[in-house]
Design a protein around this ligand. Structure first.
Ligand code: MN
Length: 150
């Protein structure tokens, strides 16, 4: 797990985002966070704590709320764990410019990761219950589906 891509894309002299370091954090449950991001295209960033970083996907239409709903989730670079608490305004001209707000956050109460399938249960305010991230073979490498199970 590396934050190299994350750090290469950003100018930490100017962005209010955390620089981040790889860290191991031990608390009872791993966490998730969903950021709402008013970038050039409004989207949601869905992040799961896996192996000491936040695995991240951009979801143009936002996470699914009803059983069996599916949403395109485009994988982006891993983000540092500190990013889970980030909210702010990324200045114009910088990567990801625009307002970032936490839309939901909470615990991952179960997690099973395979190569093209991540199954998990969330306990947040807006997102609760079982979900899966699936990478269908026919899809481009970065394109996944986030599916609400129950
Ligand atoms: Mn974003």
């Amino acid at each position: 797990m590396t934050l190299k891509k994350y750090q290469q894309k950003r100018d930490f002299k100017h962005t209010p985002e955390p620089k981040g370091k790889s860290s191991k954090r031990r608390q009872k449950n791993p966490i998730f966070v969903v950021h709402e991001h008013w970038a050039s295209h409004h989207h949601f960033d869905f992040r799961l704590e896996i192996d000491g970083a936040l695995k991240s996907w951009a979801i143009p239409k936002g996470p699914p709320l009803k059983k069996a709903e599916k949403r395109l989730a485009v994988q982006v670079e891993d983000h540092p764990l500190e990013y889970a608490n980030f909210e702010g305004e990324i200045p114009k001209g910088l990567y990801g410019a625009g307002k970032v707000e936490i839309w939901d956050q909470g615990d991952i109460t179960s997690l099973k990761t395979q190569k093209n399938l991540i199954e998990f249960e969330l306990k947040g305010k807006k997102l609760t219950g079982r979900f899966a991230l699936v990478h269908p073979q026919k899809f481009e490498k970065k394109n996944w589906l986030l599916i609400k199970r129950d």
